[in-house]
Ligand binder design. Structure first.
Ligand code: FES
Ligand code: FES
Length: 164
C-alpha cells in the first residue's frame, strides 16, 4: 500500500492505495465519485476524463499514486454555489446528450479545450474532442454546445434561427 494525499473537487483526502489502483477506481470506489464513468478501460472512449493538475486526463489511464499531491476535478466539482458551470449549461441548452454516458468526459475535455483555445473553430472542436467517443453519435449538438460555451454562434444555429 502507498499513502497518497489528493484534493478532489476542493476536498482533501489521504488514503492508502494499492500501487496498481487506477485513478478512476480510486475516485469511484473509494470516494464515491460515480459521476466519472468507465466506458472502455482501454483508454479509447474518454468517458472517464477528469482534470489532474488543471489538465484533462483519462483517469483509467492514470494510477492513483500519480495523483499524489495534486488537484483533481471531476464533473461533480464543476458547479459553484449551486450554479452549473457554463459548459454544463451549454450542454443542457443545446441538448448535447442522449443517454448521457459520454457527457461527463465530454464536458471535462471541452473545458480543457477552451482553456487552451477560447474561440475554437468547428474543426478545432472536433479535433479537440477526437479522444472522446459518443456511442449515441450525438456529435453535432456537442460541437454546438462547445461553440455556445465559447460565446460563438454555430453556423447551424444561424441557419436554423428560432426553429433550432
Ligand atoms: S474508460 Fe477511460 S478512456 Fe474509456
Ligand atoms: S450521449 Fe450516449 S454515449 Fe454520448
Amino acid at each position: 500500500m502507498t499513502r497518497i494525499s489528493v484534493t478532489v473537487d476542493g476536498a482533501k483526502y489521504s488514503d492508502d492505495v494499492e500501487p496498481r489502483m487506477l485513478l478512476v477506481q480510486y475516485l469511484r470506489e473509494r470516494l464515491g465519485k460515480t459521476g466519472t464513468v468507465v466506458g472502455c478501460d482501454t483508454s479509447n472512449c474518454g468517458a472517464c476524463t477528469v482534470h489532474l493538475g488543471g489538465r484533462s486526463v483519462k483517469s483509467c489511464n492514470v494510477l492513483a499514486v500519480q495523483a499524489d499531491g495534486q488537484d483533481v476535478t471531476t464533473v461533480e466539482g464543476l458547479s459553484q454555489n449551486g450554479e452549473l458551470h457554463p459548459m454544463q449549461k451549454a450542454f443542457h441548452e443545446c441538448h448535447a446528450l442522449q443517454c448521457g454516458y459520454c457527457t461527463p468526459g465530454m464536458i471535462m475535455q471541452s473545458i480543457d479545450l477552451l482553456n487552451d483555445n477560447p474561440k475554437p473553430s468547428e474543426a478545432e472542436i472536433r479535433d479537440g474532442l477526437e479522444g472522446n467517443l459518443c456511442r449515441c453519435t450525438g456529435y453535432h449538438n456537442i460541437v454546438r454546445a462547445v461553440q455556445t460555451a465559447s460565446g460563438q454562434e454555430s453556423k447551424a444555429d444561424a441557419l436554423e434561427g428560432s426553429a433550432s
